[in-house]
Design a protein around this ligand. Structure first.
Ligand code: AMP
Length: 421
């Protein structure tokens, strides 16, 4: 089955066409036929780019004013006689949509119906920066491809198994019951994918393993995956909490916020920008939000870059300890995301001195990890394995689409795991 995967941001639409089926999932033989995206939607020089394995990358610049036009353009290029990979857009048999927030309403991926679309709309209040764009893409794609099933895959769904002791904040309880303020967690498709792949790489059943997954990209989060279920994660009500990120602060004392508002006379909007855009690696180093540039600045002796790097790695280490405690031990630590997959320095720092948890890194394997390949980087005798697993969120979305349509999509909610209402 050819599945179109769409990931719509505020001014972008990323896409992939993936050939997959229940059998191909089992054999791990599903494959990407084309991938690409439209950027700068709403401007006169929007850019559509597409890569097809074995061909030269294709690009066109045109005025694309809104998401519907972007999806229309993607369908056209996919079915183009020269550049395309389909003989007609009607070859697409299903569409999988990335949705950031499913609130407490969605504990698994679901077939989109008018009722589901209305429920997704209700989640907009929880993710005003993301869900409206996801939804716009969904509405556009459903109107352009009305005869195929559409499936919504949520970043939050995998974390719906987290127990109340880990998701309820120490705030007045009414904030939870009235406004649903709680930890949701994000990057769920990635944490789920890499935990399953880690078990495969180790040749052991997922149901026997306690895995700590570290998704380190521009946004960073970790999850404690206990026998296949997420039991805690670092991101919270929003993707701001937890690890230090490119431009986001991660954990901090909430009392700093009213204090800064009063002392610096900043508005709420400025405060939000400070936390989300001017903090993290960038805010501390003053150099960049990009880990490659931070590492280069460290080498050049920039002390603030060194500090930013140390804080980044220290937080990962702290959460490895915390999650090992939460699960009563740890069998594997897995790194993924742009930084997790490509920075031996971060991986080495993050797990250094953790022999007491059975973590013994193979320095040579860590330094020479082949790009894009699933690799073990712990020593053969290490009680806790350390792995690098390239993430592939689009593939999870395509697979979930097939699973939902085949009626074999598991739910991640755990009966009896609800907090009192
Ligand atoms: P992502 O959001 O997953 O695309 O990850 C983006 C992050 O990965 C940026 O901070 C990049 O600097 C980082 N990154 C990519 N390649 C490398 C590399 N070779 N070494 C260190 N960081 C990298």
């Amino acid at each position: 089955m050819k599945v179109l995967v769409l990931n719509c941001g505020s001014s972008s639409v990323k896409f992939q066409v993936i050939e997959t089926s229940l059998d191909m999932i089992e054999a791990d033989t599903d494959r990407t036929l084309a991938r690409g995206g439209v950027e700068k939607i709403g401007l006169s020089d929007s850019r559509l780019a597409m890569e097809v394995p074995g061909r030269k990358p294709y690009q066109e610049i045109a005025e694309i004013l809104e998401h519907r036009a972007a999806v229309e353009r993607i369908l056209r290029v996919l079915a183009h006689p020269q550049q395309g990979v389909l003989s007609a857009a009607s070859e697409i048999e299903a569409v999988g949509h990335r949705m950031v927030h499913g609130g407490e309403k969605f504990a698994s991926s679901v077939l989109v119906t008018p009722e589901v679309e209305a429920m997704i709309e209700e989640c907009v209040v929880l993710a005003p920066l993301h869900n409206p764009h996801n939804l716009r893409g969904l509405v556009a794609a459903r109107s352009l491809l009305p005869n195929v099933p559409h499936v919504a895959v949520f970043d939050t769904a995998f974390h719906q198994s987290i127990p109340p002791r880990a998701f309820v904040y120490g705030l007045p309880y009414e904030l939870y019951t009235r406004h649903s303020i709680r930890r949701y967690g994000f990057h769920g498709t990635s944490h789920r994918f890499v935990s399953i792949r880690t078990a495969k790489l180790l040749g052991r059943p997922l149901e026997d393993l306690r895995i700590i997954t570290c998704h380190l990209g521009n946004g960073c989060s970790m999850a404690a995956v206990d026998r296949g279920r997420s039991v805690d994660t670092t991101m919270g009500f929003t993707p701001l909490e937890g690890l230090l990120m490119g431009t986001r602060s991660g954990d901090l004392d909430a009392a700093i916020l009213p204090w800064v508002m009063a002392m610096e006379e900043v508005t709420l909007a400025q405060l939000n920008a400070m936390l989300n855009k001017h903090s993290g690696l960038y805010g501390i180093s003053g150099v960049s939000s990009d880990m490659r540039e931070i590492e280069a600045a460290c080498k050049a002796g920039n002390k603030r870059a060194v500090l930013a790097f140390e804080i980044f790695c220290y937080r990962i280490k702290k959460y490895i300890g915390a999650y090992a405690a939460a699960m009563g031990g740890v069998d594997a630590v897995t790194f993924t995301g742009g930084i997790g997959e490509n920075s031996p320095l971060v991986r080495e720092q993050a797990v250094s001195g953790m022999e007491f948890l059975g973590i013994e890194l193979d320095q040579e394997a860590n330094r020479t990890t082949p790009r894009g390949k699933e690799t073990l980087i712990s020593r053969p005798g290490s009680r806790t394995a350390v792995a690098v697993i390239p993430t592939n969120e689009e593939r999870v979305i395509a697979r979930d689409t097939v699973r939902v349509l085949g009626g074999v999509m598991p739910s991640f909610s755990v009966p009896g795991n609800e907090a009192p209402r």
